[in-house]
Design a protein around this ligand. Structure first.
Ligand code: ZN
Length: 54
């Protein structure tokens, strides 16, 4: 499997919803009922938080 390129990461960043804090991201997962399947990570591109599948 190829490593994701910077361009691919940027596309993912643009597609994904952004959260200002880790708490905001995890709250959103909780509300959606998917907190067990999601993890929050700090994005190096936008400096905000996204949710990723576990
Ligand atoms: Zn991002």
């Amino acid at each position: 499997m190829k490593k994701p390129t910077a361009e691919m990461k940027q596309r993912m960043c643009i597609r994904k919803r952004r959260y200002r804090t880790q708490g905001d991201a995890l709250d959103a997962a909780l509300i959606a009922g998917v907190e067990r399947q999601r993890t929050a990570y700090c994005c190096q591109l936008c400096g905000q938080w996204h949710l990723a599948s576990v």
